[in-house]
Design a binder for this molecule. Structure first.
Ligand code: GDP
Ligand code: MN
Length: 380
């Protein structure tokens, strides 16, 4: 998951990484008010998750509140690299004397985090991270020891960071590494970290990618779903519970547990000529709220015409799933037919619980698919 710049700024502040004063808005008139409050020239920055916004017209300087309003109105009606602009960050404009690009990511070759630095012109952070550019100066971080002050001071001296800024620079790098660890990030960047003509050191722009597998424990991120509809919000509902969801273009809603079982079921549906509407893997440790969340995701999908469930009870038992599904039935507002196959731990109990309910239980998955085809008219 990637955060928008305005969201990231909240984290930067919390971790003691100084940022320009600013506010986010999606209304041009409000952008004008923010400019009046800031009281000086501002930069209007499109909040789109793409690289090279500046070159694509996503960063504009405005000298007066009226200029901001005009720029904001234009930008909110535009697209940057095909992405509609829904939010703008209005930041105080600063005069930059020197820029540094700082990136922390994992180097899979050394199996360690690495901090990289660059000071001559904008770089494409993600490209740099994936290629781990030879040209970038780097500091390998021992995960057991952390990023040491002397390592950063050494790096700073290679880039001639002015003496009076070194202490701040060291703090910023250490704080950035702390943020990287605590947020379960796979990439964080200051692009750039600027020294201004009034002698401040500020993160003018940043990037963060949080490891999706750690999303469930980054509760602060729950409110931070990306805007711009790059991914449906339900992906994050699923991730909170350690489930994996992807949207597909068919009409058969799918709910399975375990990646192997889920993919085998989806493959089988495809081989029979059916079209899954989604992949939804409940993974291990299944309990009531998890099942309810999963069922709600399927109920909300307008493309789904039938729901297929295949659950293998190992440590998690089938009867918990069945009882939880029963609880969700009042929310099945489109009366979607539900066909379930249980096997393993407490499968018979699950079938007994669902007997006489709106959920049809079957003896094996092929039979579930037969039934789904009868309903969707997709019988081959
Ligand atoms: P990006 O194109 O998405 O990386 O957007 P940035 O926020 O990094 O902006 C692009 C470039 O615009 C930066 O590298 C800066 O050189 C410049 N820039 C951004 N904000 C300011 C500002 O307040 N003052 C000045 N002088 N330049 C800025
Ligand atoms: Mn940048």
């Amino acid at each position: 998951m990637k955060l928008h710049e305005y969201q990231l700024k909240l984290y930067f502040k919390r971790y003691g990484i100084p940022v320009p004063e600013g506010q986010v808005t999606s209304i041009a008139r409000e952008a004008k008010l923010i400019t009046e409050e800031i009281g000086g020239p501002v930069v209007v920055k499109a909040q789109v998750l793409t690289e090279g916004r500046g070159e694509a017209g996503g960063i504009r300087l405005a000298r007066t509140p009226d200029e901001t309003r005009l720029a904001a109105a234009e930008m909110l009606a535009s697209k940057i690299k095909g992405i509609p602009v829904r939010k703008l960050l209005i930041d105080e404009a600063v005069n930059i004397e020197k820029e540094y690009y700082i990136l922390i990511t994992f180097d899979r070759a050394t199996r360690r985090p690495v901090l990289m630095m660059y000071d001559t012109g904008e770089i494409f952070i993600e490209a740099a991270a994936s290629a781990l550019y030879e040209g970038l100066d780097r500091v390998d971080i021992d995960p057991l020891i952390g990023l040491r002050r002397f390592q950063i001071i050494d790096l700073a001296s290679r880039f001639d960071v002015p003496e009076k800024h070194i202490r701040r620079f060291v703090d910023i790098c250490q704080n950035l590494y702390k943020l990287f660890c605590e947020m379960d990030a796979t990439l964080v960047a200051l692009n750039p970290l600027a020294i201004t003509d009034d002698d401040r050191m500020l993160a003018i722009d940043g990037k963060i990618t949080v490891d999706d597998n750690a999303y469930y424990r980054q509760e602060m991120l729950y409110d931070f779903q990306p805007t711009g509809a790059m991914e449906p919000g339900v992906i994050y509902d699923a991730r909170k519970y350690g489930m994996y969801y992807s949207k597909m273009d068919g009409d058969i809603g799918c709910l399975m547990n375990g990646g192997g079982l889920a993919m085998a079921c989806l493959d089988y549906i495809r081989i029979r000529g059916g079209r899954p509407a989604n992949y939804l893997n409940m993974s291990g440790n299944v309990y009531e709220e998890k099942v309810i969340t999963a069922m709600d995701i399927l109920y909300q999908d307008p493309q789904i015409r039938v729901i297929l469930i295949d659950f293998y009870g190992g440590r998690s038992d089938c009867s918990v799933v069945a009882a939880s599904i029963l609880k969700t039935l009042p929310r099945n507002l489109n009366n979607l037919p539900i066909i379930a196959h249980f096997c393993g731990n407490k499968a018979e109990e699950a079938n007994a619980l669902l007997a006489g309910s709106a959920v049809t239980t079957v003896a094996d998955f092929p039979e579930a698919v037969d039934k789904a085809f009868e309903i969707t008219g997709g019988l081959q």
